[in-house]
Ligand binder design. Structure first.
Ligand SMILES: [Zn+2]
Length: 232
């Protein structure tokens, strides 16, 4: 845990120096966690249910648990965190999938978040397909995607499904680095069991936190080098 705090000590130091030593109130980067699905319209009809495993485990339940665990560990490490939904406000209200995806992006943009992590579970016809994968759309999100994917694979020990560019993250694009993590396959019996296991969900959450921390740490040191090289 102590190691996770280090980057923000660095971040505060860097900004403090550049800003004339003013404190940052210990506020780390603002991260939006976006567990997928669970959308109803105003009449109560489900417009985005998410996937269900053959044994009856809903993606929308798994991803909200992961988001809440990730929120807890991020806050302990000094981050500011917002969730697009949680267990108390489980269902989002929207006319349809697209308007909901757009609303999620707008929420992150209004918050001026530093990063968005969308959390999903995967599904495949072939029950042997397994592992976690990370998706991004904008080129500027690629480094975040690679860093979090590496960390997820390390933390979970699951097969590396790789990092992929896609156009499906939402309309329009979020203004900040945005990634989508597929944390495992509901259709793979072994991963389905793991996704019911609190310890495994903790591993996923720690993987995301560690990846974000590595990302912001190298962003901070990159920023320092650049500022230092600029003529006054
Ligand atoms: Zn999904």
């Amino acid at each position: 845990m102590g190691r996770l705090v280090l980057p923000f000590t660095l971040g505060v130091l860097v900004v403090g120096l550049l800003g004339g030593g003013g404190p940052l109130n210990g506020a780390g980067p603002l991260v939006v966690l976006d567990p997928g699905h669970a959308v109803k319209n105003r009449r109560g009809g489900i417009v985005n249910s998410g996937q269900k495993s053959p044994q009856g485990l809903w993606e929308r339940d798994v991803v909200v648990r992961i988001a809440e665990k990730t929120e807890q560990y991020l806050e302990e490490a000094g981050y500011q965190v917002r969730l697009t939904r949680n267990q108390q406000q489980f269902w989002r209200i929207a006319r349809g999938r697209r308007s909901d995806l757009r609303a999620r992006v707008e929420e992150a943009n209004q918050l001026k978040a530093d990063a968005v992590v969308k959390i999903h579970c995967d599904w495949h016809r072939n029950p042997r397909v397994a592992g976690c994968a990370t998706y991004y759309t904008a080129r500027s999100s690629r480094r975040l995607a690679r860093t979090v994917q590496r960390s997820l694979v390390q933390a979970t020990g699951r097969p590396d499904g790789g990092v992929h560019r896609t156009r499906l993250l939402g309309v329009p694009q979020a203004a900040m680095p945005t990634i989508l993590v597929e944390v495992g396959y509901l259709t793979n019996p072994e991963e389905e069991r793991l996704l019911r296991d609190e310890t495994f969900l903790d591993k996923i959450a720690h993987g995301v936190v560690h990846g974000l921390t590595e990302y912001f740490q190298s962003s901070a040191s990159g920023g320092t080098a650049k500022k230092g090289a600029e003529p006054l």
